[in-house]
Design a protein around this ligand. Sequence first.
Ligand code: AMP
Length: 424
Amino acid sequence: MALTSRPRGTNDIIPGEIELWHELEEKIRQVCHAYGYKELRTPMFEHTELFQRGIGDTTDIVEKEMYTFVDRGKRSLTLRPEGTAPLVRAYIENNLGSGALPIKLFYYGPMFRYERPQAGRYRQFVQFGFEALGSSDPLLDVEAIALPLELYRSCGLSGFEVELNSIGCAECRTGYRNALTAYFEPQAAKLCGSCQGRLHRNPLRLLDCKVESCQAVAKDAPLITEYLCSDCADHFSQVQKYLDKLDIRYTLNPRLVRGLDYYTRTVFEVTSSELGSQNAIGAGGRYDGLVQELGGKETPAVGFAVGVDRLVLALRNQGKLQPSISGPAVYLVHFGGETKEKAAEIAHALRGRGLWVELDLGDRSIKAQMKAANRLNSQYVLVIGEEELSQNQAVLRNMSDGQEESVPLDELEPLTKIVGACAK
Ligand code: AMP
């Protein structure tokens, strides 16, 4: 059983499905190019402390969801549960802030969280994320919202919504934390164990607890928007002004706080009506304190992460991103013996020119070979008969209209030209 079933919460992406991913990856690269983001790849695992410091000790991710292990050198390592902290670590370590700022970077790859699996929520999932470091301009926050919307739109996804909030800076949060503690303290008995533990250490986390009884208490909690300092309030109103100018629609949600400690000021989440309870297809925000927290210079930054598995699910539910089904450029039909040797030679040469070529391996009948060519949706069939071979010729059949022509085999140029023109 264990040998033939994958670990809980993981997925195989098989041929027929992977094409959707490839199309999406291509679109991600296109939209990143338009906004000037360059790819950065970090390791799949990091020192555990990076996430404890970066994401925050009292978050669900760090408390309950990390795949942490001790390696043979007795180091505590963790499979990355998200991409921002590793990217910021790489930014500092590689001194990427020494050039022109802001620097715009993106990542794409698997993340790991020990969550309860369900449709759209996995233990290994792919995130595409992008981060701009080195500017606090509210227009950059707006670009960080516009970029994923452009991606969703270019994939043909509809029915997505943007929720927006500002959670202020460390300064305005001091007053807010006190207000939250004062609000939750008298009701502590109604909170789950985790929330009771976080009440004094990080009361903001109580706002995104998923336990129902905690949500019932949290629903009347004070709102951060009433505690924003004038700089943060001004920054937030500029974000909204630019969004309005660019005609990007959004809903203000003063309860949106996000589950990671590093956020400051603008936070946003995009949901899709095409998904069930796990309807968030991406989320992000500003994190002006993280670079310094991880040992770098004070550097404002903003970013966003798209859940690619969920995007694929939403697109599939909408019937979008149907992969084009293409077959081999040419299927080589032979009669065994010397004709098979010639087929092998031609296949080798054409494959070397990048064409998809198939040939029969089992010395089957001509009828069986033609059937196989059809089943694979081959665009051409080249029949290499004994008599034709003696004259260095073969018959090329166009499978879409049944037209046949004789092609020379001593030079491959004519054949390459014909089958290559049709190949995708
Ligand atoms: P987060 O890093 O928690 O802000 O998540 C950003 C996005 O990643 C979410 O909006 C989801 O689309 C996706 N995501 C997060 N956790 C999971 C998961 N366990 N399985 C699949 N997608 C996820």
